[in-house]
Write a protein that binds this ligand. Structure first.
Ligand code: OGA
Ligand code: MN
Length: 218
């Protein structure tokens, strides 16, 4: 990447994310993906029947718990076998390749779920990964809400790593906005909204394989 490309704005979306992650560990880009990729994703999540959503929990496998004081969203894991979701994984795979090549992040697998926040639903302040556990390395959130109004609320609030009371970003969940950040470094929360709110949350993991057994996603 050349300095003049940064100042003239002649960068691809992948390069802009690379630049932001290298500079400050977080990237927020509006209209990040092609409409041909995100329109089918909205159609897909909006047409999923209620029984295909699960109450979201915290922790993996044996540690998995439902805690309605922490989060109230409903989720559906994406599967590359579905055409709309396949396009999503292709784009995110391209980003993985780009970031591994330029920033040597060593990202290995990617998992993601649709999240549906009904009016009033929230996700309290949390981090997506704990230091030293080397699991989730990079978090992504894409928003799927056309015509979202600021007064609906539902912002993603991102806090400073060191002074965790200090807000560094407040992101409205507008259709096509993509947020990418280092999973261990940014406490964040989802504020309640007055309207139904859709997002796709995802995480790149590093390879934690032990004795040749690859650490599975989820
Ligand atoms: C998460 C999360 C943010 C959002 O699922 O871990 O922080 O805005 N989601 O949906
Ligand atoms: Mn999170």
């Amino acid at each position: 990447m050349h300095a003049e490309d940064i100042t003239t704005g002649r960068l691809s979306v992948y390069e802009r994310i690379e630049h932001d992650i290298a500079q400050r560990g977080i990237s927020i880009i509006e209209n990040a993906l092609p409409m041909a990729t995100i329109a089918p994703l909205l159609a897909r999540v909006a047409s999923l029947p209620e029984h295909e959503f699960n109450e979201a929990g915290t922790g993996r496998k044996q540690d998995h718990q439902i805690n309605q004081f922490v989060r109230r969203d409903y989720i559906h894991w994406l599967d590359a076998a579905h055409p709309a979701e396949h396009l999503w994984f292709e784009w995110m795979n391209g980003l993985k390749t780009h970031l591994n090549r330029t920033l040597m992040l060593g990202l290995f697998s990617y998992e993601s779920h649709f999240a549906m926040y009904q009016p009033g639903a929230f996700y309290k302040k949390h981090v997506d990964a704990f230091k030293g556990q080397a699991n989730r390395r990079l978090s992504t959130v894409l928003y799927l809400n056309p015509n979202w109004q600021t007064q609906y609320g539902g912002e993603l609030v991102v806090f400073d790593e060191q002074q965790s009371e200090h807000i560094i970003e407040k992101v409205s969940p507008n259709f096509g906005t993509l947020v990418v950040f280092l999973s261990e470094d940014f406490p964040h929360e989802v504020l309640p909204a007055s309207h139904l709110r859709y997002s796709i949350a995802g995480w790149y993991r590093v390879n934690n394989s032990i004795f040749g057994q690859i650490d599975p996603p989820q």
